[in-house]
Design a protein around this ligand. Structure first.
Ligand SMILES: Cc1cc2nc3c(=O)[nH]c(=O)nc-3n(C[C@H](O)[C@H](O)[C@H](O)COP(=O)(O)OP(=O)(O)OC[C@H]3O[C@@H](n4cnc5c(N)ncnc54)[C@H](O)[C@@H]3O)c2cc1C
Length: 369
């Protein structure tokens, strides 16, 4: 192996998980439950704080968390049950939709709970990002490029949208270049108690989303493509754009929030692998590394929990000599991806007013071959 930094050869473990997010935690817990040793390779964040976008947990998340033994810890967290949902989508009126079951998460607390549970499931943790992956005999050698490495028989890619391994072992499809421009809002008027609601609003070039976070702060996000450079640097332009939205800006103002600061930008488009696992080679991808969903679907966290758990169980079976669950997992992810692409199109085609404009036209196209 030319160029591989000289370091003591790492001990081979049955499974190496790359990544330290939702899917990785679910996989590590599932492997521990199966009695299969694993090592986790991911950058260790020094004290998570602030805000991370991705706060809507669908009702299916409750059962998945219970299955991972996390129900009590989750329910004791600072999350709140989902409140009323208002949507202006397909017509210029804001309608109250049937109540959704689920939660609005304090995402930092949620991710910290999962990171703690993963640390309990496996004490073997290597701090850093994977630079490359090599085959050596029947093992995967995971190289961090700094002399550190991990070695294992089965490889689980849980690296989120980076899909650091899966996109090299399979083909990654990018459906669109959606980005989220998002900011939190402080309460300007402590005398106004904001409703614990969520507002969704379509617009000619994208869509707005706003919600009340469990911390009492507001969240606003503008989803569009391509990435709108000017509003990322021009506070007045961003605040004016929000104020001019038909419902979202006025709702946030009436709920007593101050205008937001400059938005952060995060990729949010749909990505998926042609095949999420390979039983012959002994690898699988789970979570966003396998399929990254448009946030309009609110599927991401529930799917990452499910895929992480299923991929962990399949890896355990593979280690015991039964390769079938790995192939079944890949088939199930492919079916789920096809279903999701149909749902995505159905959601976007409910908005026909802007059908001639590029943002909507590309989303009305049928994508599944
Ligand atoms: C704007 C936006 C809004 C969203 N809103 C929602 C929502 O409301 N509800 C919902 O359900 N979902 C939402 N999602 C999606 C949701 O956040 C993700 O689906 C979920 O976090 C995926 O979990 P994951 O474990 O696959 O990836 P992540 O949680 O992203 O974790 C990836 C991990 O991999 C590590 N990593 C990356 N590269 C490497 C590398 N080379 N080597 C080692 N480690 C690596 C990272 O450090 C991290 O630990 C949203 C997403 C976006 C972008």
């Amino acid at each position: 192996m030319t160029g591989y930094a000289a370091a003591p050869a790492p001990r081979s473990v049955p499974v190496v998980i790359v990544g330290g997010g939702v899917a990785a935690a679910a996989a590590a817990i599932a492997l521990a439950a199966e009695g299969v040793e694993c090592a986790v390779v991911a950058p260790i964040r020094s004290g998570m704080s602030g805000h991370r976008i991705g706060e809507s947990l669908g009702s299916g998340g409750g059962d998945l968390l219970a299955g991972l033994g996390l129900r009590e810890r989750f329910l004791a967290g600072p999350h709140r049950t989902a409140g009323p949902f208002f949507s202006a989508w397909g017509a210029p009126v804001l309608l109250r939709k049937p109540p959704t079951r689920g939660w609005t998460l304090d995402r930092v607390a949620f991710d910290t709970m999962l990171a703690d549970a993963m640390a309990t499931a496996t004490p073997s943790r290597i701090d850093g990002s994977v630079r490359r992956v090599l085959r050596e005999d029947a093992d995967w050698l995971v190289d961090l490029g700094n002399g550190a490495a991990a070695r294992g028989r089965f490889l689980l890619d849980c690296t989120g949208r980076a899909s650091a391994i899966g996109r090299r072992l399979s083909t990654q499809r990018r459906i669109d270049r959606l980005v989220a421009c998002h900011a939190t809002l402080e309460r300007a008027d402590p005398g106004v108690e904001p409703t614990a609601a969520t507002v969704l609003e379509s617009a000619p070039d994208g869509w707005w989303y706003a919600t009340l976070l469990p911390s009492g702060r507001g969240l606003v996000a503008w989803f569009t493509d391509p990435c709108p450079g000017p509003i990322l640097h021009d506070l007045a332009a961003w605040q004016a754009m929000l104020a001019e939205s038909r419902f979202t800006g006025p709702w946030l103002a009436s709920a007593g929030f101050a205008a937001p600061g400059l938005p952060a930008v995060t990729p949010a488009g749909t990505l998926y692998l042609d095949r999420a696992a390979d039983a012959a080679l002994g690898w699988a991808a789970a979570g966003d590394a396998a399929v990254a969903f448009d946030p309009l679907s609110s599927h991401g966290i529930v799917s990452a929990l499910w895929m992480g758990q299923q991929a962990g169980r399949a890896a355990a079976a593979w280690i015991r000599g039964d390769a079938r669950p790995v192939a079944e997992y890949a088939d199930a992810v492919s079916r789920g991806t096809a279903r999701y692409l149909g749902e995505r199109r159905a959601m976007y085609t409910q908005e026909r007013r802007f059908a001639d404009l590029p943002f909507w036209r590309s989303r009305h196209a049928d994508l599944w071959p």
